[in-house]
Each structure stands twice: as structure tokens, then as C-alpha cells.
Design a protein around this ligand. Structure first.
Ligand SMILES: [Mn+2]
Length: 198
């Protein structure tokens, strides 16, 4: 079904950030990251590994201001790259979901590659920082990704606990749900919408 290579390169440069991102939707989950944000790279590595996308990101930002611009802009760039690599969304499974435990924490992720951006987000993160990473930026990343990729995305905790565990379960869940939604369905004859457009 997928004869064309589903990969993309997006370069995004503003006065605040400079990002080069390469993606291969049909990869093996390899991540090569240089962002200057170690905790965030830990999460992006999980996202790549569990989605089986190959992800290469080189990003520089105005970290002297704070981490906000860089994290949000990586979300935008990743969303744009996914959309570009998907093309007309021919033959994709479209929906994906995952219920991921991380010890005491349990997070449910459901998504639709619908062309309609929406973020439902219910994580309550008790720690304000993980390493030196500002946990307020987690939701900003998911929102930017959802907006740029046109993905309806719900991330809801079923059981809340340690902040690192919760965030990790959310990124693994996003990865697993994306793996499913991006996969080519052998029985799907075209664009998986009764409208004929996604
Ligand atoms: Mn961890």
C-alpha cells in the first residue's frame, strides 16, 4: 500500500528558535536529538521509540529567556513534519489509542488524525520542574503538535502519581497511539473518511 516513502524534512527559523527536523514515519524508532533540553530529549526518545518513527531534531532556542519558545516550536515543527510526511493520508488507520501504566500512574491517550486540531488534557503535574525542565511546557508541546498536525488528541490520567511517571506515560501513550494511527491498514482502500477527505 505505502509505496511512497513517508518521510519529511522541516526547517523552521524564527527570531526565537532555529529548528531542523527530519522524520520517517516508517522507521524503527531511532531518535537523534540535540535540543539542549535533557529531560525533554528523554521524552522525545520515548515518543520515537514507541511510535517507531525515526526522529532527528537539531534545535537551538533563546534558552536565556526560558524554555517556552523552544519547546513550543519543536511541537509545531514536529506536527508540520508529520502532516507533510502523511501526504493525503491514503490508507492510514487514522485512529489510535493507548492505556499506559508507569508504576502507580496510568494515562490514557486517544487520537484522531482528523485535520481538526483539538487537545483534551487532564494531567495534574505536582512537581513544577523535572531536572531543570519546566513541567508547564508539557501541555504547550502537546497543544502545538496537535494544532500543527491537525490531530484531535486526548491525554487523560486514570490514576495520578509521580510527576516523572505521569509525563513518561503520556509520551509513551502518544507514541503507541501514533504508531497505530499512522500505520497502513491493509484493508483500507483510500482515505479513511466517509467524506473522502481528512
Ligand atoms: Mn524516565
Amino acid at each position: 500500500m505505502a509505496t511512497k516513502k513517508r518521510s519529511a524534512v522541516v526547517i523552521r527559523k524564527t527570531k526565537e528558535t532555529n529548528i531542523q527536523l527530519k522524520i520517517n514515519l516508517d522507521g524503527t524508532g531511532q531518535a537523534q536529538l540535540a535540543t539542549g533540553l535533557p529531560f525533554f530529549e528523554h521524552m522525545l526518545t520515548l515518543l520515537a521509540g514507541h511510535s517507531l518513527m525515526d526522529l532527528q531534531i537539531r534545535a537551538k532556542g533563546d534558552l536565556e529567556v526560558d524554555q517556552h519558545h523552544l519547546v513550543e516550536d519543536i511541537g509545531i515543527t514536529l506536527g508540520q513534519a508529520i502532516l507533510k510526511a502523511l501526504g493525503k493520508k491514503q490508507g492510514i488507520t487514522r485512529y489510535g489509542w493507548a492505556l499506559i501504566p508507569m508504576d502507580e500512574s496510568l494515562v490514557q491517550v486517544a487520537l484522531d488524525i482528523s485535520g481538526r486540531p483539538f487537545l483534551g488534557y487532564g494531567l495534574k503535574l505536582r512537581q513544577k520542574r523535572l531536572g531543570d525542565f519546566d513541567t508547564e511546557l508539557i501541555v504547550e508541546f502537546f497543544r502545538a503538535l496537535s494544532n500543527a498536525a491537525g490531530i484531535t488528541l486526548h491525554i487523560m490520567p486514570q490514576s495520578t502519581g509521580n510527576t516523572h511517571h505521569l509525563v513518561e506515560a503520556a509520551f509513551k501513550g502518544l507514541g503507541r497511539a501514533l504508531r497505530q494511527a499512522l500505520s497502513i491498514s491493509q484493508r483500507e482502500r483510500g482515505i479513511p473518511s466517509t467524506k473522502g477527505l481528512l
